[in-house]
Every structure is written in structure tokens, then in C-alpha cells.
Design a protein around this ligand. Structure first.
Ligand code: PLP
Length: 481
């Protein structure tokens, strides 16, 4: 074959494209037939692939056949209805189409000028989402890839608010600012610490605040820590409260925390990556109620919003400070529209930006707010249903209040010590996950090994939840023997 020097010919593109759409349709329709977690050992997939790229181009048919034969067997099926581990991310067809078109356009939204519709659709969809979850119109938003990156930008936004030191110009050390302190609960996501690490705060720059029996931050302990830090010469500047913690979906008392932040002039960032979407449901507005007084918030449509990875929304009340924290405009990126437009590159680390708002726009329009609400209500109903199953069975124990649809529980065979219970539940989860029928994850609460089951997948229905319970009970018995 002659070397290729152009893109795929139109006929081949159409034929392959149609086949791929057929394949995706079949995959999604039959995803339940796969093991949720693949049966592979580290290195298995790599072993089946050549060490170097091919010298000559290959046919796409062959490439795709290899995908099916060599890659797919190592995939964990996040779209599987029995994927109930971590916080699920499932996506829908309109979102897949969004990715496809965004790939086809391959336009870069770094500047307004570099692709005007990207900047403007981002503004529109982000505002739609803000209004749908009932956030105040003072919030200005932007799309980043993940909540971790959103929170890192929140901390940078907060840092920029510190007055009296030229941190942007001289850096943390050169500016002479006392060591900074940031606060979050012991159940905050690890991304808070990663953000602090990235920005040079050091691990000691984040102070973990204790939680109560419902795994919510204790405001009085927060205030105590702030006072102690001030007395010891530190400079408190930011609090991260979580609405929907990763371990148990607990909700920090945002109202009380807001008052403390006000008193000490601290930035309040809310991590609502998973749970924020639920504020769309009438009766659940309380989830984000007091959040209006916060300075920034992150919510991930790629988690419980059925938009493909990656799509994280960051909202801030002070985009001017965010811009101040990041904006560097070299000559070659100056445009004559600069004074009248938003150039999204000014609001973060990255220059190039994918057209993420397209998939968000597609999915928000395809389902509409009512569609979302209906799906969420069903997930919450299934969460309650599973909670009841656990409560009714004396072999199991509920380990945390069920706020939304994350259920933390454990098997509790009679006569075992805490240590034995930990080992028992660890082995029960392993045997469940190894079976390939269901995927669960765990957490530790007060030293106790706890099984987490999360219902937030678009394909998860009542029969899957009932079936999951059967699988769990079977593996409980298996692990006893
Ligand atoms: C999942 C999660 C994150 C991290 O999300 P990424 O988008 O994967 O970075 C942060 N905080 C909370 C509360 C989460 O549930």
C-alpha cells in the first residue's frame, strides 16, 4: 500500500462511521452482558500490543478489530447498570454525538476570536445550568475538565483575594505572606489537598476539620482551628465545604460555615461535584440553599448529569480575581475584540479548550429539566429501596445516613471482632467485584471498613438494584465459608 498523506477518504469514512454507530448502539444495548470489571491482571493488555508504532499505515478495519479483541477485554464498563462503585459517570447518546461533532470541528476555544461560538455557547450552557440548580445570578461560570481542576482554580481564585501582599508578582515566598491555611473536613475529596499542593501551600497548608456523627464538618472546630492558626502566625484564607462527600454523600453545614468565613474574611468554595445536580428537584433546593453566600462552587455534569467525561462546571462570584490570578496575554494572542469579549484562556491554566459546551448543550436540551428531575427522583427512590433492604436484614448494618442515593453498609456476622469484620467485608467486596456481576467500592468510617453502593447511572433500574442485593447476599454467605 502507498503511504497515506491525506485524511481518510469520504467513502471509507462513511462506511466505517456507520459501522461504528451500529457498534456503539449494540454495545450500549448489550452492555449488561459484559463483566462490569474485566478479568485482567496488570500488564495483560500491554502484552498484547506491539512495542512500537507501525512503519506503514494500517486499515481502520484492522485497527478496530484489534480494539475489540485486545482493548475491550481490559475495559471496566462504566455504562453498565451494575456499576455502583465510586460516583458513577454514565453518559447518553446526545453527549456521545456532542463528542463526535466536537472532534470533527476540532475548534479551539482559547480566545473568542479563535472560535466565537465556543465561548458564547459555554456562557449560555453554564448559565442554564446555574439557573437550573437555583444558584444566584451573581455566579459566573466556566467549564474545566474535572472537579479537581475546578477546585484548584477555586483555591487560586481565593489566593488572589489576599490583600496586602504582591503574591502574583513575587510568589508565596517572595511576597512575605505568612504561611497560608486552607480548611476542609476530614471527608473532603483528596482534590482539595492536590490543589493546595499544586499551588505551593504544602500539605501542612490544609487543615482537616473533624466531623460529627453524620460525617458533616463541625463548625465550632473550624472556628477553633482558624483562631489557633491566627495565633500561631498562619494566614487562613479559604474554606472548602463539601455538599455530597465522596465517602458518604454527607453535606457540610454550609450556613454556619458561611458565617465563619464572613467573620474571618475567608473564601468559601463548595465542592458539590456529585450532589449539586440534585438541587434541580423541587424539595431538594436545600442542597444548595446557603451556597448562594459562598464565593465559588463546582458541579460535575460528567458525574450525575449524563454528559460524557470530561465536563466540570466552576462558578465564581469574582471572575475578575480569577482572571487576575491567571491572565498572561502575549502579543500573538491579542485580538481587536479583547475589550468587548471574554477570552476563556484568561480564566485558568490551559490555553487550548475543547468544545465541551456542545455535549452539555445537547444533553441539557435532549432531557430538559423535567427529564433530569424524573431520572433523579427515580435514583433517590431506588436508594431508599436499597436502604430498606439493608435495614430489614439482620445480617447487615447501615453505616451512615442515606442523604441521597449512596448507601454505606457492611455485613455483620455474629461474634466477629471489629478487625474480623473489616477483613470479612473486604473479602466480601473482592468476591463481589471478582464475580464480574456487580462493581462496588468501599470507604472507611471511624476505622470501620464499609461497603458503598451508589445509584446514579442512567441505565440502572429497579431490577438491577434488586439483583445487586441478591449478589451481595450470596457473596456474604460465600465469604462466611
Ligand atoms: C468525584 C469528586 C471529585 C473529583 O472529581 P473529578 O472530576 O474526577 O476531578 C471531587 N469532589 C467530590 C465531592 C467528588 O465526588
Amino acid at each position: 500500500m502507498k503511504n497515506r498523506i491525506t485524511d481518510m477518504p469520504s467513502e471509507e469514512f462513511k462506511r466505517t462511521g456507520n459501522e461504528l454507530i451500529e457498534w456503539i448502539d449494540f454495545y450500549l444495548a448489550t452492555v449488561e452482558k459484559y463483566r462490569v470489571v474485566p478479568d485482567v491482571k496488570p500488564g495483560d493488555i500491554k502484552k498484547g500490543l506491539p512495542d512500537s508504532m507501525p512503519e506503514k499505515g494500517e486499515s481502520f478495519d484492522k485497527i478496530f478489530a484489534d480494539f475489540q479483541e485486545r482493548i475491550l477485554p481490559g475495559i471496566t464498563h462504566w455504562q453498565h447498570p451494575n456499576f455502583m462503585a465510586y460516583f458513577n459517570s454514565t453518559c447518553t447518546a446526545p453527549g456521545i454525538f456532542g463528542e463526535l461533532i466536537s472532534g470533527a470541528l476540532n475548534a479551539n476555544g482559547m480566545l473568542w476570536k479563535s472560535s466565537p461560538a465556543i465561548s458564547e455557547l459555554e456562557r449560555v450552557t453554564v448559565n442554564w445550568f446555574r439557573d437550573a440548580v437555583g444558584l444566584h445570578k451573581d455566579f459566573w461560570g466556566i467549564i474545566y475538565d474535572t472537579a479537581s481542576i475546578s477546585t484548584m482554580h477555586a483555591i487560586a481564585n481565593a489566593k488572589e483575594k489576599i490583600r496586602g501582599y504582591a503574591i502574583r508578582e513575587k510568589g508565596l515566598v517572595g511576597s512575605g505572606v505568612p504561611p497560608l491555611r486552607l480548611y476542609s473536613s476530614e471527608f473532603a475529596h483528596s482534590s482539595v489537598e492536590k490543589g493546595a499542593l499544586t499551588l505551593g501551600l504544602g500539605l501542612e497548608g490544609t487543615h482537616k476539620i473533624g466531623t460529627d456523627e453524620k460525617f458533616q464538618m463541625i463548625p465550632s472546630e473550624l472556628e477553633k482551628a482558624i483562631q489557633e492558626d491566627i495565633n500561631s502566625g498562619y494566614k487562613p484564607f479559604c474554606v472548602v465545604a463539601t455538599v455530597g462527600t465522596t465517602s458518604v454523600t454527607s453535606i457540610d453545614p454550609v450556613k454556619e460555615i458561611t458565617a465563619i468565613c464572613k467573620k474571618y474574611d475567608l473564601w468559601l468554595h463548595i465542592d458539590a461535584a456529585h450532589a449539586g445536580v440534585i438541587a434541580m428537584i423541587p424539595g431538594y433546593e436545600y442542597i444548595l440553599d446557603s451556597v448562594d453566600k459562598a464565593d465559588s462552587i463546582v458541579i460535575n455534569p460528567h458525574k450525575w448529569g449524563f454528559v460524557p467525561m470530561d465536563c466540570s462546571l466552576f462558578f465564581t462570584k469574582q471572575p475578575d480575581l480569577l482572571k487576575k490570578a491567571f491572565s498572561i496575554v502575549p502579543e500573538y494572542l491579542k485580538t481587536k475584540e479583547d475589550s468587548e469579549v471574554e477570552n476563556l484562556m484568561d480564566y485558568g491554566v490551559q490555553l487550548g479548550r475543547r468544545f465541551r459546551s456542545l455535549k452539555l448543550w445537547f444533553v441539557l436540551r435532549y432531557y430538559g429539566k423535567e427529564g433530569y428531575i424524573e431520572i433523579y427522583k427515580e435514583h433517590l427512590r431506588l436508594g431508599k429501596l436499597f436502604e430498606k433492604l439493608v435495614l430489614k436484614d439482620s445480617r447487615f448494618e447501615l453505616m451512615a445516613p442515606v442523604t441521597l442515593s449512596t448507601i454505606c453498609f457492611r455485613g455483620k456476622p455474629i461474634g466477629m471482632s471489629e478487625e474480623e469484620l473489616n477483613a470479612f467485608n473486604e473479602s466480601m467486596i473482592s468476591s463481589i467485584n471478582d464475580s464480574g456481576k456487580l462493581f462496588l467500592s468501599h470507604t472507611k468510617l471511624n476505622g470501620k471498613y464499609v461497603v458503598r453502593l451508589v445509584i446514579s447511572g442512567i441505565r440502572t433500574e429497579e431490577n438491577h438494584v434488586l439483583n445487586a442485593w441478591e449478589i451481595i447476599k450470596n457473596n456474604y454467605e460465600l465469604s462466611l465459608t
